[in-house]
Ligand binder design. Structure first.
Ligand code: ADE
Length: 355
């Protein structure tokens, strides 16, 4: 991943970026941070890059031309990486957005100062505006560092196995469960006994419950968005393998339902509005038979047709009649299996975030 940071304070970026795990990622060659000093592109003999605002008012505005030239300087050889302007006047960065940005090979991060940047150059060069929170910083540099740090955790090689980012707090709109290490009793407080049992199933259930409770108490806004994901599949091996991989990537606590099994096919199952159902199928007619006892309650859903055809109208109509709101449909080709799962996963997560 290459980050081009356009800033008036390149030292601030380079010194912060050289520390800790992020710095290790740079040393190992997984990340490159290329800083561009906007002042180097000043058209003025005093190297000035700001001027008074038209219409009056406090503060100075960064001029269009130096910013434009600085952006052009990183757009060489026909490359056109996404340009992000860090500003509090924008949607706040989320974990889904971080993951989406990590799929890019290069990003250009534009840091403003003073009272902002001339609107005309922003309209020409910025592809996206991102804020890191509802407060105002003195400049975009700290915001760029936050964004780069969060994105770098998804860059292959940056985190070691034990630090792996596959399962994230926040990925399921859930806060992380509490952690404990030795000693077993500290200040008369004992570690929760379930963690000492060695029973992995029980531990996972306990951690999930703790995550849900913590989210409800500390972040009621996220709690409202929690949904249980179900990957429901029917069809031969291709569909099964795709469904398994998708389920693992989509959610730490996702459920995989194999509708090739008679026991499941015969049982009645009603999904709620707080569930998200992802149907992975290969043959529409077969799937409609297998899913005959399933129904939704305005349940958001996605349909993935394994193979090359688009999911047909008949299957979508069938799901809608059964109470599902299909928000996303996709068909999968078999080449680049991993890339496909990641892309679909991200799209489903985006749909969940927007519920
Ligand atoms: N620049 C100033 N404040 C900011 C914020 N909250 N997010 C992103 N960029 C900023």
């Amino acid at each position: 991943m290459i980050f081009h940071v356009l800033t008036l304070f390149p030292d601030m970026i380079q010194s912060a970026a050289s520390a800790s795990i992020f710095g290790r990622g740079i040393k190992a060659g997984h990340i490159t941070v290329h800083t561009v000093n906007i002042r180097d592109f000043s058209a003025n003999k005093y190297n000035r890059v700001d001027d008074y605002p038209y219409g009056g008012g406090a503060g100075m505005v960064m001029e269009a031309e130096p910013v434009y030239r600085a952006v052009q300087s990183v757009m060489k050889e026909g490359r056109r990486p996404k340009v992000i302007y860090l500003t509090p006047q924008a949607p706040v960065l989320t974990q889904t957005k971080v993951e989406e940005l990590a799929a890019e090979e290069e990003l250009v991060l534009l840091c403003g100062h003073y009272e902002g940047i001339d609107e005309r150059v922003l309209a020409e060069v910025a592809d996206e505006y991102i804020s890191i929170g509802d407060y105002v910083l003195t400049g975009g540099e700290l915001a760029a560092l936050v964004l780069m740090d969060a994105v770098s955790r998804f860059v292959p090689g940056v985190l070691h196995n034990e630090e792996s980012s596959q399962f994230e707090s926040l990925q399921d709109n859930l806060l992380e469960y509490p952690q404990y290490t030795r000693p077993e009793v500290w200040h008369e407080k004992a570690v929760p006994p379930v963690l000492l049992t060695g029973d992995h199933k029980k531990i996972t259930e306990w951690r999930h419950a703790q995550s849900v409770q913590r989210t409800r108490e500390r972040r009621p806004d996220l709690y409202e968005k929690i949904c249980s994901t179900y990957v429901v599949f029917n069809g031969p091996e291709n569909a099964a393998l795709f469904a398994e991989t998708l389920n693992e990537k989509l959610s730490r606590y996702g459920m995989l339902l194999n509708y090739n099994r008679n026991k499941l096919i015969r049982a009645k199952r009603v999904f709620t509005a707080r569930d998200f159902a992802v149907f992975v199928i290969e043959d529409e007619a077969g799937a409609m038979t297998a899913f005959r006892n399933i129904s939704g309650t305005d349940t958001p859903a996605a349909v993935i047709l394994s193979g090359t055809e688009k999911p047909g109208e008949a299957f979508l109509h069938f799901l809608e009649k059964k109470g599902f709101a299909v928000l996303y449909t996709e068909n999968t080709a078999e080449e680049d299996f991993e890339g496909e799962v990641s892309r679909i996963c991200l799209e489903i997560r985006r749909q969940m975030d927007s519920l």
